[in-house]
Design a protein around this ligand. Structure first.
Ligand SMILES: *[C@@H]1O[C@H](CO)[C@@H](O)[C@H](O)[C@H]1NC(C)=O
Ligand SMILES: *[C@@H]1O[C@H](CO)[C@@H](O)[C@H](O)[C@H]1NC(C)=O
Ligand SMILES: *[C@@H]1O[C@H](CO)[C@@H](O)[C@H](O)[C@H]1NC(C)=O
Ligand SMILES: *[C@@H]1O[C@H](CO)[C@@H](O)[C@H](O)[C@H]1NC(C)=O
Ligand SMILES: *[C@@H]1O[C@H](CO)[C@@H](O)[C@H](O)[C@H]1NC(C)=O
Length: 463
């Protein structure tokens, strides 16, 4: 399934300044490398170290972000996400205080002694790929890499090395997880100086401190001054962070990309139905770890709902009727060419998402039944994990596991309407019923509804 470009909710301003216009790094016409190099050479050590620091929102104030040139702030409070600019960094260092998927990997699969690694490129990749995709009762399964066979996953070093290679390929940067570097020592935090030195020298570009940023900053600054961490490593880390920030357009469009690429749908059908609350709600399509830890229903950030994207994708002569919870008679009376049902889970993260039944919450199943019983239908599931769908399959014509597509519903509409082909394959096994869990590829009694790696491939269709 196509993943929409992840949102960067950005809240930064930089002082407008006449001089700014002459600065190379602010000139979008300059090559990326030249902009990065220009900015880097203007930065002080304090600014560089600040860029490598991620702090928790509870300790972040606009003044702190500014004074310490903080590179990233976790979880922007909803009321500050829009409108109220959060000054992050100096004019020289526009900082992306974006929604941050922080420590979601901590509890699953990677052992406690490893530094957890998490990456943000132009989109977020969530580490780790924990081996048991769904453990009964502990099922806060957010989008993650894969559900690899447990046996292969025991060597976390292999996983992390592979992951770092991929990160480099994506030209993203590597960030440690929530207090992750503290755990390099046992007990955690026993020698924080060692943790900082070892992790930065090992290639961590940004440290999710996230609370005691004063210690982190002063220790790292000191390590650089004493040459225990070479300046070249700092410059490398900062370059990688800035590359992402430039590529995200943070220096041009500090409030993030609000636009959706033009979509000229040429799909002719007189009238179609779109149903389900998940069709028109950014918060639901983003899930947890969006703006706030648990996420939230509602249009909590800018973006494009799936409904809006569908409207842009269809032919101008196609009437799109949206009904959250249509009755059977409504569906029967309206003579829809076909229907698109978008249902799924509410946002959640970690423990709050634990669920033993893994069913689609009502009214999802009722919507499927009302619509698909009386119309040709495609069902889009918005969820952080496989859910019980087997009972509905006989009634539906097409099923799309969209996971949590993020802020841009166009990622879903693009494939639905053939602007792009479907290419995604299941990154984990989709079970028939929860009593099969845990079940992973390679198990003796592997009897999935859809096996690991399953997925149709379609080509883009030109109208
Ligand atoms: C982590 O390290 C501690 C101390 O060396 C050890 O007792 C523990 O078993 C390790 N945990 C794992 C999961 O390997
Ligand atoms: C802590 O780590 C630093 C840096 O590796 C080292 O120089 C120092 O001796 C360590 N301190 C203790 C108490 O082990
Ligand atoms: C979200 O925004 C869309 C588009 O403006 C709107 O149609 C929809 O009602 C909003 N959803 C919620 C839950 O506010
Ligand atoms: C499934 O589990 C969730 C979380 O425990 C609960 O809220 C929900 O009511 C359950 N649904 C059913 C159909 O039992
Ligand atoms: C997609 O396009 C490729 C290359 O043109 C072709 O080989 C393949 O059969 C097509 N697949 C489908 C499902 O149409």
């Amino acid at each position: 399934m196509a993943r929409a470009v992840a949102l960067c909710l950005l809240v930064l301003v930089w002082a407008s300044n006449v001089e700014a216009e002459h600065l190379k790094y602010l000139d979008p016409k300059q090559p990326l490398g030249a902009r990065i190099a220009d900015l880097l050479k203007r930065m002080t050590l304090e600014e560089k170290v600040g860029q490598m620091t991620q702090i928790e929102r509870n300790v972040a104030t606009p003044q702190i972000l500014k004074d310490y040139f903080i590179g990233l702030q976790g979880e922007i409070p909803a009321n500050q996400a829009k409108g109220v600019p959060y000054v992050a960094g100096s004019r020289k260092v526009a900082a992306c205080a974006k929604h941050f998927v922080g420590d979601g990997g901590t509890h699953e699969g990677i052992d406690e002694n490893n530094t957890l690694i998490d990456s943000r490129g132009l989109f977020s990749i969530h580490m780790p790929a924990y081996y048991n995709s769904i453990i009964k009762g502990v099922s806060t399964v957010m989008v993650s890499y894969s559900s690899w066979n447990g046996k292969k996953m025991h060597d976390n070093r292999e996983l992390i090395t592979g992951f770092l290679k991929n990160t480099l390929k994506f030209r993203g940067f590597v960030i440690s997880d929530w207090q992750g570097i503290d755990r390099i020592t046992s007990p955690p935090g026993a020698n924080y100086t060692f943790s900082v030195e070892a992790s930065v020298n090992a290639g961590i570009d940004m440290v999710m401190v996230p609370n005691d940023y004063i210690s982190f900053i002063s220790i790292l600054t000191d390590l650089v001054k004493k040459n225990f961490v070479p300046m070249s490593r700092i410059d490398d880390a900062v370059k990688r962070i800035l590359r992402v920030k430039f590529a995200m357009g943070l220096f041009e469009n500090p409030y993030g990309d609000l636009g959706l690429v033009d979509q000229l749908g040429m799909k002719k059908a007189p009238r179609i139905l779109v149903a389900g609350i998940h069709a028109d709600d950014i918060g639901l399509q983003c899930g947890g770890w969006t703006i706030e830890w648990q996420g939230q229903p509602g249009n909590i950030t800018s973006g494009t709902t799936i409904l809006e994207a569908i409207k842009s994708a269809v032919d101008s002569g196609t009437e799109v009727i949206y009904s959250q919870f249509p009755s059977v008679s409504f569906v029967e009376e309206n003579d829809f060419s076909y229907s698109i049902v978008v249902v799924g889970e509410p946002p959640y993260a970690e423990l709050a998402g634990d669920n033993l039944n893994l069913t689609i919450p009502e009214p999802g199943p009722s919507i499927i039944s009302n619509v698909c019983g009386s119309s040709k239908c495609a069902v889009i599931i918005i969820s952080g994990r496989p859910l019980v769908v087997a009972p509905y399959l006989p009634a539906i014509d097409a099923l799309v596991a969209a996971w949590l597509p993020g802020s841009e519903g166009g990622g879903v509409a693009d494939v639905l309407f053939g602007d792009h082909g479907f290419t995604g394959k299941l990154p984990r096994t989709w079970f028939k019923s929860v009593d099969q869990l845990p079940m992973n590829v390679g198990d003796a009694h592997y009897d999935p509804l859809f096996p690991f790696g399953f997925g149709l491939t379609t080509n883009a269709t030109k109208a």
